[in-house]
Design a protein around this ligand. Structure first.
Ligand SMILES: C[S@@+](CC[C@H](N)C(=O)[O-])C[C@H]1O[C@@H](n2cnc3c(N)ncnc32)[C@H](O)[C@@H]1O
Length: 248
């Protein structure tokens, strides 16, 4: 989607890091790209699932582990990164605290994450937007499970509570669907809508658990899909990049 225009991170990390960790690395794309970018650093990607490739740069390795458990890793990392994974965590604050304890003084934590709430051009939340109708159901479910959602706008506060300083927030608007006139934004929006449409059906069991009928779920998904395809509702999701530094 290239929201950051080719940049892998935005934190003002030192020029020559030696130890980098990627939490919930997934198939390890970010870790591998960082391995190429910093051949003198070691990059450790961690994930619950063994879905990473085996043919990777020599300075990149993967470990199957739970980042919410007690870490046995070194405590001198220069940079710890997590992307698109908060929603999977039982406790994001625990992960942030773990990262704090395993950075060297002066090291940086960066969390990149979508906040899905649909907003208009001027950032106003669109109450009647179908994505927001869907999110209200998900928030209710999350709260019933004791999870704090939406958590993305609050990550800076969680970093502060864990002890981080120099906290920075950058926000990027990504259109829902291909309505935008600017080609790069149109491409991002098309990709975002396609990704959402692939992921949404996997949530139908969850929505029925919280009491929605099959008809209500069909209507909700149909409204979202129509919004993506018709382009008459011009709304955006927001991609957050949070950075925080461990005091030196
Ligand atoms: C959306 S994917 C992450 C994608 C990846 N960070 C990227 O940007 O390409 C979310 C990942 O979180 C992993 N995950 C979820 N809970 C985890 C945990 N407690 N510890 C480690 N990995 C976890 C899942 O296995 C999944 O691979």
């Amino acid at each position: 989607m290239d929201i950051l225009r080719g940049q892998l991170y935005l934190s003002p990390m030192q020029k020559n890091p030696t130890k980098i960790m990627d939490l919930a690395t997934g198939i390890g794309i970010w870790a591998i790209e960082m391995g190429d970018r910093f051949p003198d650093a070691t990059i450790l990607g961690i994930d619950l699932s063994p879905i990473q490739p085996t043919s990777v740069p020599p300075n990149v390795s993967f470990q199957i582990d739970d980042v919410e458990d007690t870490w046995v890793h070194d405590d001198d990392y220069d940079f710890i990164h997590m992307r698109e994974s908060c929603a999977y965590m039982r406790s994001t604050p625990t992960v942030i605290e773990n990262a704090f304890h395993h950075l060297r003084p002066g090291g940086w934590l960066e969390i990149q994450e979508f906040h899905w709430e649909a907003v208009s051009e001027n950032g106003t939340v669109m109450q009647d937007n179908p994505v927001n109708a869907y999110l209200r159901e998900m928030y209710a479910y999350g709260q019933s499970e004791g999870r704090e959602i939406p958590i993305v706008p609050k990550l800076g506060e969680l970093m502060r509570q864990a002890g981080f300083v120099n906290i920075q927030k950058r926000m990027f608007k990504v259109p829902y669907g291909s309505w935008h006139s600017e080609p790069k934004q149109r491409r991002r929006g098309t990709y975002l809508a396609a990704t959402c449409e692939i992921l949404l059906p996997s949530c139908d069991r969850l929505l029925s658990t919280i009491g929605l009928s099959p008809e209500q779920i069909d209507t909700l998904f149909g409204d979202i899909s129509a919004m993506f395809h018709e382009g008459t509702v011009q709304s955006y999701a927001t991609y957050y990049v949070w950075s925080g530094q461990k005091p030196g």
